[in-house]
Design a protein around this ligand. Structure first.
Ligand SMILES: [Zn+2]
Length: 225
């Protein structure tokens, strides 16, 4: 018998050996093979725990049909019910996720529509600027002006330089009939160019011009529309 054949033959004896069975000669043969065969030693090590459990078995009862533990049937039925219920819950959860997904899609669509709407939003045309003539009556001052006919009144856009730095200048819009409606004030900035938006409550059809008055009450800029 070759070593390989001996190995195969002894391997089949390992179960018997692990159970502590077999004749003294057979056990001696297995032990001799185990000394030189690592594979069989490893297999015996795996069999040992099983053999220990088998040793607890009562050979006299091996032919009996084992009775199921009480309550096993109910436990199995309950488990089956639980298992068959799980896919149902999964489907509900899936529907919930789907609804959330749809909600997110609606939100994204709305956001995209908002962005698109923002991009194509009607941009109001810039207010019409009406350039008006300006007379400067104070040396050193330069000034130009435009007016904007708002629905709430006329706006004077005044640009200029040479207004005494730190001095308060008041602006009034002149109405038909000679009344002067206050349109705000600004501080002079000396040689630095200034741009002021001065608002009045006079509607453009009623406005005939404006004046810029210095701190001493002198008109330094006058405009007649
Ligand atoms: Zn072996």
């Amino acid at each position: 018998m070759s070593e390989e054949q001996a190995h195969r033959a002894l391997r089949e004896e390992l179960g018997v050996y692990a159970l502590g069975a077999g004749t003294p000669e057979e056990r001696a043969a297995v032990r001799a093979h185990l000394d030189g065969c690592a594979a069989c030693r490893a297999e015996l090590a795996e069999l040992a725990p099983v053999a220990a459990r088998l040793a607890d078995a009562d050979p006299d009862r091996l032919d009996e049909d084992p009775a199921p533990p009480p309550g096993l049937g109910d436990a199995v039925l309950a488990r089956i019910a639980a298992e068959s219920g799980r896919p149902q819950r999964d489907r509900v959860a899936h529907r919930r996720r789907t609804r959330l997904g749809a909600g997110a899609l609606v939100l994204a669509t709305a956001a995209a529509a908002f962005v698109a709407g923002w991009l194509v939003r009607p941009v109001p045309p810039p207010p019409p600027l009406e350039s008006v003539a300006v007379q400067v009556t104070e040396p050193g001052i330069t000034a130009t002006a435009d007016v904007v006919p708002h629905t709430w009144g006329v706006e004077v856009k005044l640009s200029g330089a040479g207004f005494t730095a730190g001095e308060v200048y008041r602006v009034a819009v002149l109405e038909e009939g000679g009344d002067a409606a206050p349109a705000g004030a600004f501080l002079g900035t000396g040689p630095v160019e200034l741009d002021c938006n001065l608002n009045s409550a006079v509607l453009r059809p009623d406005a005939e011009g404006f004046v810029v008055v210095d701190a001493g009450g002198e008109v330094v800029v006058r405009s007649v529309f």
